[in-house]
Ligand binder design. Sequence first.
Ligand SMILES: NC(=O)C1=CN([C@@H]2O[C@H](COP(=O)(O)OP(=O)(O)OC[C@H]3O[C@@H](n4cnc5c(N)ncnc54)[C@H](OP(=O)(O)O)[C@@H]3O)[C@@H](O)[C@H]2O)C=CC1
Ligand SMILES: O=C([O-])CC(=O)C(=O)O
Length: 267
Amino acid sequence: MLHITMIGCGAIGVGVLELLENDPQLCVDYVIASEGSEALVRQRLASFKQPPQVLTALPADARPDLLVECAGHRAIEEHVLPALERGIACLIVSVGALSEVGLVERLEAAAERGKTRIELLPGAIGGIDALSAAKVGGLDSVNYTGRKPARAWKNTPGEQACDLDSISQATVIFQGSAREAARLYPKNANVAATLSLAGLGLDRTHVTLIADPHSEENVHHFEACGAFGRFELSLRGKPLLANPKTSALTVYSVVRALGNHAHAISI
Ligand SMILES: NC(=O)C1=CN([C@@H]2O[C@H](COP(=O)(O)OP(=O)(O)OC[C@H]3O[C@@H](n4cnc5c(N)ncnc54)[C@H](OP(=O)(O)O)[C@@H]3O)[C@@H](O)[C@H]2O)C=CC1
Ligand SMILES: O=C([O-])CC(=O)C(=O)O
């Protein structure tokens, strides 16, 4: 059985714990919550048969097999870097955080010192295997468009680009590099950052973000061209009820990745 520590227990974290409850090969022992949120997180876990212990930091003597981050950018600095230094393998979903200059290199260095690995999960997007394989032969362009319901852009600079409550048609709220998208829309640019890291990098991946008042889905579309040929993918993800910014596929992506570490066959 694999012993797991989970960082963050919001929309993704709760969804993952619900799906893992019946897997005898995976056990989440600890959930790490933000300072002051422990009681709220314990309340969220109250209906679980065997709720994990809720703490605000990983105990110094804890040696989980895996640490999975489902929290946010701050948690990478606060929990993932120190865990890698301690030799704990980490899986992360807040890939947008890696657009911060120097963070990829710091994570690599910490993992090397700890003789361990960090895995960037595909989350809400598919096709990362094909894109990163295509990169080996050489890529010419990667263009990504993220289209979400207008409400998913609340509390983002999208509010300055248009009136999200009254737009009557799909409206482009951002066009530019993946680096700029991740800086301006940290909670909505994980896919852009993931595509960049798998493909042409943050400065050469072109991003368009759209607020669509008629959509109930988070639509991720990308096209890649290179020596391998041409590749186009469109993924119409259902948002989670608990957080409309987040696609349900992200939960399944975490469960798949954890299962691949625990089960005899990985796919
Ligand atoms: N790769 C991908 O495709 C995707 C990635 N994501 C990313 O996944 C992350 C989680 O998403 P989601 O579950 O929807 O978000 P939620 O806001 O629903 O949940 C995040 C939870 O993490 C907690 N948290 C934040 N910072 C820390 C920290 N430093 N230590 C411990 N807990 C912390 C928050 O608690 P509190 O509010 O009390 O701080 C909150 O309960 C986000 O960063 C999001 O951007 C989301 C969708 C797709
Ligand atoms: O669809 C999602 O779950 C999240 C998303 O767009 C992103 O962070 O890029």
